[in-house]
Design a protein. Sequence first.
Length: 275
Amino acid sequence: MVMASSPPPAEWEAALEQFLASSWRSRPEVTGALVCGSYVTGDPSPRSDIDVHILLKPSTKWRERGNDMVDGFLIEYFSNPPHRIREYFREDFSDNDHACATQFVTGRILFDRGGVIAKLKKEARKWIDKPFRKPTREQALMGGYGLWDNLDNFRDAVENAEPDLAWQYMHSLTTILRTYSRQCGDCFLRFDKAYAGLSGDALAKKYAQRPSADTLFARRFAAAMLETDAVKMLPTLESLTRYVHRKMGGFEIDGFRLRSAGRARARGRGRGKKK
């Protein structure tokens, strides 16, 4: 009887294995590897690279990241001891981000001597499930002021017919998104993932994330990202700012006060108006 042969590995998997075999797999300080990114989660583009985490022994005194081309595939690797991965989890979380944790949750273990990568995958899942810290009262007040200042600066740019209006519009949108993401406890999406993440739920499912806490805002913001008519940019920002201010409990610039405890100083972030 002729036994059916197993299907050959995908070309990208063969390139990755060649990379690991030639550079990392047999090194004594290496304990495991995990591949992540679009080749694992699906829908890689012709420009996608192969992302791989290489785990080093805890006693290793160095870490390294780099890129290698293997058979036409660009491989981006990150070699770290486990404590550094855990620091990435914490650092991302403090910035309302899950970048590294998402890579571990959705990634595929290639080899794992000692089972540390499996433990890191479980820890990553806990970080993603853990609610982000809500802003303090002072942070919320400064967030409300920052939104007012953001809109006031853009009004100034419109009145002066500044030539970089589109650039300022996108940065003004970013301020709104970052402020409201913190208020809602949402993950702050990377710029190239923001539209996909806000215009539907597919990205959240793909990366094992929670969907946006405020679906109405997410859809309105996604629409605002596509605005190219300079005449409509200011009304769009005004509408989004009013919405977020209302959701944050309201804001009035007349009588705004922020008294900080101890030696902390309340610092304005406005760019100042042109005279």
